[in-house]
Design a protein around this ligand. Sequence first.
Ligand SMILES: Cc1cc2nc3c(=O)[nH]c(=O)nc-3n(C[C@H](O)[C@H](O)[C@H](O)COP(=O)(O)OP(=O)(O)OC[C@H]3O[C@@H](n4cnc5c(N)ncnc54)[C@H](O)[C@@H]3O)c2cc1C
Ligand code: FES
Ligand code: FES
Length: 460
Amino acid sequence: MISFVLNNKIIQTQTNPATPLLDFIRYESNLKGTKIGCREGDCGACTVLVGELINEKLTYRSVTSCLFPLANAVGKHIVTIEGINAEDKLNPIQEAMSNQNATQCGFCTVGFVMSLTGYALNKKGHEKEEAIASIDGNICRCTGYKSIEKAAGDIVNHCNGFADGPNIERAIACGAVPAYFQGIEDTLKELTNTKEDIEANGWTIGGGTDLYVQKHDELLDVKNEFISQQLAFDPIKVTDFGIEIDGSCTVTQFVTNPMILKDFPCVRGLGVLVSSTPIRNMATLAGNLVNASPIGDMSIFFLALDTTIELTSAQGIRSIPLSQFYQGYKKLDKTKEEILTKILIPKRTTLGSVNFEKVSKRTWLDIASVNSTIWIELDGNNIKETRISAGGVGPTPAILTQTSTFLKGKNISSQTISEACEMAQNEVSPISDARGTVEYKKLLLSQLIKGHFFELFGIV
Ligand SMILES: Cc1cc2nc3c(=O)[nH]c(=O)nc-3n(C[C@H](O)[C@H](O)[C@H](O)COP(=O)(O)OP(=O)(O)OC[C@H]3O[C@@H](n4cnc5c(N)ncnc54)[C@H](O)[C@@H]3O)c2cc1C
Ligand code: FES
Ligand code: FES
C-alpha cells in the first residue's frame, strides 16, 4: 500500500509502484492540470512539487512527474496546480504570469507556475536571478521568455513585500500557496507507511531520471528496488578518510552543500550545467555513476578526484576505485545485486585545486559533447600531482593517464600546456556522432584542458 498526500487529500493506493507519478495524477486522480509533453524530463510541462520531512522539517522541491516513480511519493506531499489554486481568483504567481502576458497556448504555463511556486517555498535571497533559475527546466514554445522573466520579477517583488520567516508561513502569507499547507507537516508525521518486503527481480531505481527515459514500459512489468524513497537528511560527511557521500545523495544536495562548495568551488558552476533544477532534484550521484554514460558529468568529476566507491550486496561490502569500475561501454565491475552505497573522496584531494569544464550544443539542459575535470596539486610553480578526466572521447568516462603522468613534475607554462594538449588528443579515441566529429571532439578536449589552466592559474 502506497500512502501519501496529494494536494489536501490522503491517498492510499495499490497501484503499481513503478507507475510514473504523472499518470497517477492524470488518470487515477483525474487531475488534468498537469500536462504531458515530452515524457523525457526535457519540457517541464509535468512539473509538480514534492514536500517531505527532512529532519522533521517539511521541505519542498520541484520534480518532473513523468520521471518520478509513484513509489517515491510514499510519505510525501505531492502538489499539483490544483493544490495551489486560490478559491475564487488567481493566486499572485498566476496573476503575474497573466499580467505580463507570459502565456499564450497555456500548455507550458502550469509547469512554470509550479516551478515558481517552488521558488516561493524555498526562497533564499531576494533576487530575480534566483526566481529565473527555478524555471531552468521549463520550456515554452510560443510566448518568448522575456515576458515570463518579467513575471518572475513581479513575483520576487511581491514575495519581498512580506517579512522573512519560516518558508511555509511566508509562502502562505504572500498567497503563493493556500492555508492548508500549514497542516501538512503534522499530516505527514501521522502517515504510517509499511515497506513491503518484495523479492526484487527488476531494476534498482534511484531518481529514475535515466531509467524512466530509457525503459519506461519495462519498469512496469517487474518488481523493482526503489532506493531513493526519502532524501537523506545528511548525505555528506567528513570522516578520517575524507568526504563520504551516500549513493542516494541527489545532484542538488551535492552541488549546494556548503562543505563541498568550500573544498571544490568549481561545483557551483558544475551544478548549473547538469540538466535542470527538477532533474537535479531527483537525480542521484549513484545513478549517474552506474548509468556509465561516457559523458556523465558526475562520473567525470569524481574520476579526477581519485574517488573510491562502495558496493553493497548480501555478500558484503566491496570497495573499488571508480577508475576500475568502468570496463567497457556500459560494462561495469558490478553484479546486478550490488547497490552503490557510498562515494568516498580521499582527504588529500582537498589540498589541490579542481576545475570542471563542459561544452554541449546548448548551454542549458543538455548533455556534453566533451567534458573534463582536472585535479592538480602544485609545489611552487611545479606540478606535484595531477589527474585529468574526460568524457565524450571514448567508450567510457576516462582518466587521461598519459597526459596526467606527463604533467607530473613539470613547471606550469604555456609550452607545457600545449604539449599536454597535443598528448591528450592522441590519447583519446572519440567517435563521430550527433554531438560532433572526431576532429571536433579532439579539438574541444584540447580547449577544455587549456580552459582548466586558464581558470585555475590564468595561464593561456
Ligand atoms: C532532461 C535530462 C537532462 C539530463 N542532463 C544530464 C546532464 O546534463 N548531465 C548528466 O551527467 N546527466 C544528465 N542526465 C542524466 C541523468 O539525470 C543522470 O545520469 C542522473 O544522475 C541519473 O541518476 P538517477 O538517480 O536518476 O538514476 P536512475 O535512472 O534511477 O538509474 C540509472 C542507472 O543507475 C542504476 N542505479 C541507480 N542508483 C543505483 C545505486 N545506488 N546502486 C546501483 N545502481 C543504481 C539504475 O539501476 C540504472 O541502471 C539528464 C537526464 C534528463 C532526463
Ligand atoms: S512531460 Fe516533459 S518533462 Fe515531463
Ligand atoms: S504558452 Fe504555449 S508553450 Fe508556452
